[in-house]
Design a protein around this ligand. Sequence first.
Ligand code: NAD
Ligand code: ZN
Ligand code: ZN
Length: 384
Amino acid sequence: LTLQWFGNKDVRVVEAPVPAITEPTDVICKVTGTTVCGSDLHLYRKEILQLQAGDILGHEWMGVVDEVGSGIKNVKKGDRVVASFQIACGTCKFCKEGLSSMCDTTNSSSLQEKLYGKPFAGLFGYSHFAGGFAGGQAEWVRCPFGDVNLLKIPDSVPDEKALFLSDIIPTSYHAVQCAEVKEGKSVAIWGAGPIGLLAAKWCQLAGASRVIVIDHIKERLDLAKKTSGCDIINFDKDQDVVAAIYKLEPDGVDCGIDAAAFRYTKGWLHGIQHAVGLETDSSEIPNEALRAVRKFGTISLVADYAALTNQFLIGALMEKGITLRGTGQAPVQKYWKNLLSKIESGEFDPTIILSHRFKIDEFRELYDAFDKKEMGIIKTFVQT
Ligand code: NAD
Ligand code: ZN
Ligand code: ZN
């Protein structure tokens, strides 16, 4: 069984052949766990331009190695593994520096090249916008460059604690590193989705003096408070988010993290629409962050932005001496061994955000509920 996309809000669980090895560096895995990511909704809603009917979705998955190509050294049949959401070659100059998400060889998207000069790494299950690789919302996956893109999981770590190493654990950690969060620093995080909630936990573990989380979904804000001791701002109640932050931190916060992006409130791909001559809109969050961080503060943007946005408060960036960092797609391979050891030791428990479990044949219902923000779903574990 696989989850395939056929059109706007039309995904179906269908029978599909087991993929075969096509390169000596391939590994075939039997998937044991997968999930839906917020960014899958852009595919679901047909907001990504390079989708084709029959595309297999899913970039977060784990499984058991079933068959390895002749060039594979690091994994063998029977190993439990988690896959990185990005597909890196391991040998280009970015991969050699550990910057797997910037791999130069696995994605030749012409749209990305046109917009950004160079494409970033290919991704599992993200259409021809990201290399055209089949995804992991399936019973079987072919993993290219298996030595690079699979991490062995020890028996002491159960599936639900390992799965999120594929994306959101390293992504949230990377966002916190890029915002230069350290002991004694104050932080504001926009968005209490899986990324924002795990980022809040990393900030707490780093010894941040205060972590403020901004959202308007009460259950998510409550969870941030409960799991990481955060101060919370509900922007439906406190419409002036910047004033609410200064009330808590009179000098402004040292660090800001955008884990929401405007696309969730105002629609995805405004930037690309602008690039091709259609009207666009501005994101309120980077501007709120530029106003709310202290002078010489640091902001990281981990939320996915595409192409252009207008009405950007460049004056605050310049006059306040702010460092603004895009995180890129997070380089999973750079972090995941270290982060696995934090899970193993019990220092970090990723299941704080696990809200629901599903089975593979329930994917349609899951996408529908996730899209409508029903059932209070934060993060799911889908057993295959
Ligand atoms: P999510 O949609 O579950 O969470 C986003 C949250 O932001 C929601 O709870 C929403 O209510 C809140 N929000 C919306 N508008 C807001 C505003 N104006 N102010 C404050 N909060 C607001 O998403 P997620 O899965 O947690 O992912 C967060 C972002 O990170 C997404 O943009 C996602 O695409 C991106 N992402 C990036 C990477 C990477 O490698 N860079 C990897 C994974 C996800
Ligand atoms: Zn994801
Ligand atoms: Zn590479």
